[in-house]
Design a protein around this ligand. Structure first.
Ligand code: DLL
Length: 441
């Protein structure tokens, strides 16, 4: 019987034996599972076999971090090149479910799960939700999109496993969402942070005070969000806003999740091996320094991933958390390296600009960045929206204020366009923050 099953039969999703395991024991477990993963990948996936053989990596001999670093990387492009099922380590008759992420260019990335993968995923989502503060008996309103996106079904199975009552709402129909949150007495909200703010806005227009709902915890993720956004959400909904991370190539939501200490997301190291590397040199960065998160799956059957280059930029710490959990903490994902803008030599993530905008007087927490090429230089226009009731005479002052603060806090010169309430498109899932109009090279 594995530990998660034990936890399930005990009716609790705090699995102390696993979640507070001493780090050396955790590392031993990781290397045992890594060898099994390497065997699975080597024996069942052509692409992995070729690369591992070329690099001379033999599963049985991988025992140290140096050995780990000899394992070749896997990229999103590998999934596209082997579309749709070329990286599956199991025949389709053993694949119980498919998910896919659309991606901005070309083909979707298709991922697959055996029944055991789905059970592990549900258990990790239940663990994440429990860490966030959700409990058996809670009513969980799930606004993550159902369908090929992993958010909806991932949270759904986790909530059921936790022993909660799920309201499988999906995204959209915002007015109805709000009525159901109020009428059914949801305690936990699962949604993207941007859609949560869109819901808060509609609720205010309807004269509904979400602060008076039964909501206690929000489990928010699937997109980068700043501390300022967290403060805004916590104020407008009167709940504790918890950050959850995941990606379909690795599993879906529940790869990492915050506990109420809100001091980083516990990355579940019994199922995943995390590295933070300098994206250019590929060398490990010292603990606490920013780099690209690289993840190896340790228990996935249908789609084992070796050193997957997530493109997500973050920092990690292995210091023990106040909650007692020993699993490392991923500190807020700043953004994806693909989303990084280089504005006159300064590297900028949209979330850095968000941190300046959200919470500023007179503007609403909805924005878009327009990036254009002017001659040889990149140029950013920030589109912000005023709060309801702000007089048009204030627009020029707001624009000056935003421009000044972005310059002094992020270090880039921008143009600022101030828009009327409702003019910036609202998200129903992942927000589109950047409109990149630069010519494609
Ligand atoms: O977004 C899975 C998910 C669903 C996570 C619901 C959390 C909640 P994908 O669609 O494959 O999967 O997108 C994964 O989204 O590589 C990050 O760039 C970004 N992302 C996910 N969670 C966070 C987060 C889901 N908490 C990509 N903070 C990832 C910042 C996040 N970025």
């Amino acid at each position: 019987m594995n530990t998660t099953t034990k936890a399930a039969s005990a009716g609790s999703y705090f699995d102390a034996a696993t979640e507070t395991m001493p780090r050396d024991a955790l590392q031993d477990l990781q290397f045992d599972r890594l060898r099994a993963t390497l065997r699975n990948a080597h024996d069942n996936v052509e692409l992995h076999r070729r690369r591992l053989d070329q690099a001379g990596v033999v599963a049985e001999e991988v025992r140290t971090l140096e050995d780990l670093r000899r394992i070749p990387f896997t990229y999103k492009a590998d999934l596209r090149d082997t579309y749709p099922f070329g990286m599956f380590a199991r025949p389709l008759k053993e694949v119980a479910r498919i998910h896919a992420s659309s991606g901005t260019t070309g083909k979707a990335t298709v991922v697959g799960y055996t029944q055991t993968d789905i059970e592990n995923w549900a258990a990790l989502m239940a663990r994440s939700m429990h860490a966030a503060g959700a409990r058996s008996g809670d009513i969980i309103h799930n606004s993550y999109g159902y369908g090929l996106f992993t958010g909806g079904l991932g949270a759904h199975y986790g909530a059921e496993r936790l022993g909660a009552t799920v309201v499988p709402m999906s995204g959209g129909s915002t007015e109805r969402q709000i009525a159901l949150i109020m009428d059914l007495g949801a305690n936990i909200l699962c949604a993207t942070p941007s859609y949560t703010l869109a819901m808060a806005e509609v609720a205010e227009q309807q004269g509904v005070d979400l602060r008076k709902s039964q909501l206690r915890v929000g489990i928010f993720g699937a997109e980068p969000w700043s501390h300022a956004m967290r403060v805004e959400i916590e104020e407008r909904l009167a709940l504790k806003a918890i950050d959850i991370y995941g990606l379909s190539e690795i599993m879906g939501p529940g790869v990492a999740c915050e506990c109420p200490a809100q001091a980083g997301l516990h990355g579940w190291e019994d199922h995943f091996l995390f590295e933070v590397l300098d994206p250019e040199t590929q060398a490990p960065v010292p603990e606490g320094h920013a780099g690209e998160l690289v993840i190896t799956t340790l228990t996935k059957q249908a789609l084992p991933m070796l050193r997957y280059r997530t493109r997500d930029i973050t920092r990690v710490t292995t210091e023990r958390c106040d909650c007692g959990r020993t699993h490392l903490r991923i500190l807020r994902i700043t953004g994806r390296s693909d989303d990084m803008l280089i504005i006159r030599g300064v590297n900028v993530y949209p979330s850095q600009i968000e941190a300046v905008l959200v919470g500023r007087p007179m503007i609403a927490p909805h924005y878009q960045l327009l990036v254009e090429r002017q001659g040889t230089l990149d140029h950013v226009t920030i589109e912000v929206e005023v709060q309801y009731g702000v007089d048009a005479q204030a627009f020029a002052t707001i624009a000056r204020d935003v421009k000044h603060h972005v310059k002094s806090m992020v270090g880039i010169s921008t143009d600022v366009v101030v828009k009327q309430p409702g003019e910036i498109p609202r998200s129903q899932g992942k927000a589109v923050r950047v409109r990149d109009l630069r010519p494609k090279e």
